[in-house]
Design a protein around this ligand. Structure first.
Ligand code: SF4
Length: 219
């Protein structure tokens, strides 16, 4: 299957999915939107009220601010892929439960594998915790980590900046780092690929360098 076909199949599956209780209160599943031909994925925590109504991620005020942040980084919404760790709205916008995250991860994992982005940007605490197992968002936002061979950058959720105006400039500065971080991620992946191609790989041994999340650098 092509990446486009995989994303389409995932979207169709989520719309009829009953793998967790969130299907009971959903109006529309929100599988994600964007292109598979991108270096960067943005992953939030779950659909809110407006997203549940429309079946699209990051609409309303938070979505408008995300569009502004993308523009700061040199992107349009059509040039990236945007989704959430759970595809159906948790009632009352509560955090997704661990069982819900676990039930829904098959869809996110297929989306990540199909798109194969150089950089994953997590939006908010819940999404960050999915990829980075330690640290508070207040101390690690805007910094790059590696998880399973891929750069992960934790950002505040755009809605947090709307509720707390002092975060607005912080989030905007973090987004402006993204072009540099994409270049850095591409260079690191290229170096790893070249290293693996030129070094003799002992039979049966996994030479993956980035099995565990690890901080690479600070700004
Ligand atoms: S949140 Fe995910 S696992 Fe749960 S019903 Fe929706 S699509 Fe299925």
């Amino acid at each position: 299957m092509t990446p486009e076909e995989i994303l389409k199949e995932v979207a169709e599956q989520t719309r009829v999915c009953t793998r967790c209780p969130l299907h009971l209160s959903r109006k529309n599943a929100v599988p994600g939107v964007g292109t598979p031909n991108t270096q960067i994925m943005f992953i939030g925590e779950g659909p809110g009220f407006h997203e549940n109504e429309q079946g699209l991620p990051f609409v309303g005020a938070a979505g408008n601010f995300l569009d502004e942040l993308l523009s700061d980084a040199g992107f349009t919404r059509e040039e990236v892929f945007i989704t959430n760790v759970v595809k159906c709205r948790p009632p009352g916008n509560r955090d997704p439960e661990p069982e819900e995250l676990n039930a829904c991860k098959i869809y996110l994992e297929r989306q990540i594998a199909a798109i194969n982005p150089d950089v994953i940007v997590t939006l908010g605490r819940v999404s960050m915790g999915y990829f980075i197992d330690k640290g508070k968002i207040s101390s690690i936002h805007g910094r790059d980590f590696w998880s399973h061979g891929r750069m992960v950058v934790a950002m505040y959720h755009p809605a947090a900046a709307l509720h707390q105006p002092s975060l607005r400039s912080v989030v905007k500065e973090d987004f402006k780092k993204l072009p540099f971080l994409i270049d850095k991620a591409q260079a690191a992946r290229q170096a790893t690929a070249e290293s693996q191609a030129t070094s003799a790989k002992p039979q049966g041994e996994d030479t993956e360098d980035f099995d565990k999340p690890e901080q690479l650098s600070l700004f």
